[in-house]
Design a protein around this ligand. Structure first.
Ligand SMILES: C[S@@+](CC[C@H](N)C(=O)[O-])C[C@H]1O[C@@H](n2cnc3c(N)ncnc32)[C@H](O)[C@@H]1O
Length: 352
């Protein structure tokens, strides 16, 4: 055995970065949960004692937490004053719920993955599925909080205008079904933007639908939005002008069955918007930092979710355009095109 020490050093360098990130992730979840980033953003530069007073936490622990954040580049530290602060950019990403760069939700998803280790280890042996509903609630909240900023930034401004005629129909008053809606973030953003249209969000996961109903009430949108428990293969209603699926087609066991049902539920001239994780068609296209996030989530969440349902197609979170086109055309759609993309998402339009 000959070890190339330069390659080993490079690998160990990656390891140091990775284990630091993993351990740091837990500190982000705690800081987010206790409102530490928000208090630091609101209060300006402060000592650990001051932040502890403002957040009713223990000052010695806070010094350690703040030091960990400074070592990770998540807060600034000024040795001259021994005060900690958030830069504008750090505050935008860590303290401003709803900013397009808000990231704490992603760490909740990471936490849900760790909690799922026993189930996923067993599933890898047995080949059985692990449904979305079998995960810790951190996954449902983390997904909503991590995905919503991207939808808020892009959905109304970029993605819907990229579909043929959809925006005009939405302005005139359209019937929209948002399928696999989870906590309903995308549904509510659309409902807010198009007050003359009506929206129904469907998801098979009852607790998510209950949460979404509450969110619609809170947002004052319950007059034009409903949320119902139903699967993508059997949701009720016909003549929808627009059907949307956000980051969930690949989670379904039977995406072809879902596509056929969407086709059946659309009005003449209606369109289907499919939002999926950014991916190339070949595995080697996705061996990059974004693919790394998606393949890990896919191993723990998406692929076992699909396996848990009838058919169990297991597209995976890095399905890519070619495989998605196969699914959509097998469901009876004649037209399928890439309408837009972001660093994290591919947006497709399908029409009869
Ligand atoms: C990654 S989450 C995305 C949630 C939401 N669309 C969003 O972007 O925030 C995937 C969602 O798909 C739902 N789902 C999975 N399989 C489904 C099916 N066959 N029918 C309806 N919903 C399904 C899950 O319950 C979950 O809420």
């Amino acid at each position: 055995m000959t070890i190339d020490t330069a390659r080993l050093d490079a690998f160990m360098g990656n390891f140091v970065r990775d284990i630091g990130a993993v351990m740091h992730a837990a500190t982000v979840v705690v800081g987010d949960q206790l409102g530490l980033y928000k208090a630091l953003a609101a209060g300006g530069p402060m000592s650990a004692d001051e932040l502890a007073r403002r957040t009713e936490t223990d000052p010695r622990y806070l010094l350690e937490w703040l030091s960990s954040q400074a070592a990770s580049g998540y807060v600034e530290y000024d040795p001259a004053t021994q005060r900690f602060s958030l830069s504008e950019e750090q505050a935008f990403a860590l303290a401003e719920e709803g900013s397009p760069a808000f990231i704490p939700g992603a760490f909740q998803i990471g936490m849900a993955q760790f909690k799922a280790v026993p189930k996923i280890a067993a599933a890898l042996r047995t080949g059985l599925g692990v449904g979305w509903h079998e995960h810790d609630a951190a996954l449902f909240h983390g997904t909503e909080r991590f995905f919503r900023p991207g939808y808020a930034a892009n959905l109304v401004a970029q993605w819907l205008p990229a579909l043929d005629g959809a925006e005009d129909r939405l302005r005139a008053g359209a019937r929209v079904a948002d399928v696999g809606c989870g906590h309903g973030a995308s549904t509510l953003i659309m409902a807010e933007a198009y007050p003359t249209s009506t929206f129904v969000g469907y998801d098979y996961h009852e607790p998510s639908i209950a949460y979404a109903r509450g969110a619609a009430e809170k947002a004052g949108l319950a007059d034009r939005v409903r949320f119902e428990v139903a699967t993508a293969q059997d949701y009720p209603g016909r003549d929808y002008d627009l059907v949307t699926v956000f980051d969930c087609l690949h989670d379904m066991g039977d995406p072809v069955g879902a596509a056929a049902h969407v086709r059946h539920s659309l009005a003449d001239g209606g369109s289907w918007m499919i939002v999926e994780p950014l991916a190339g068609d070949r595995l080697e296209d996705n061996l990059n930092p974004v693919g790394r996030i998606f393949y890990s989530a896919s191993t723990f969440i998406c692929t076992p979710a699909s396996r848990s349902q009838a058919v169990g197609r297991c597209l995976g979170a890095q399905a890519g355009e070619a495989r998605l086109r196969e699914v959509v055309t097998a469901g009876g759609f004649g037209h399928f095109r890439r309408a837009a993309e972001t660093p994290f998402n591919l947006i497709f339009e399908a029409r009869a």
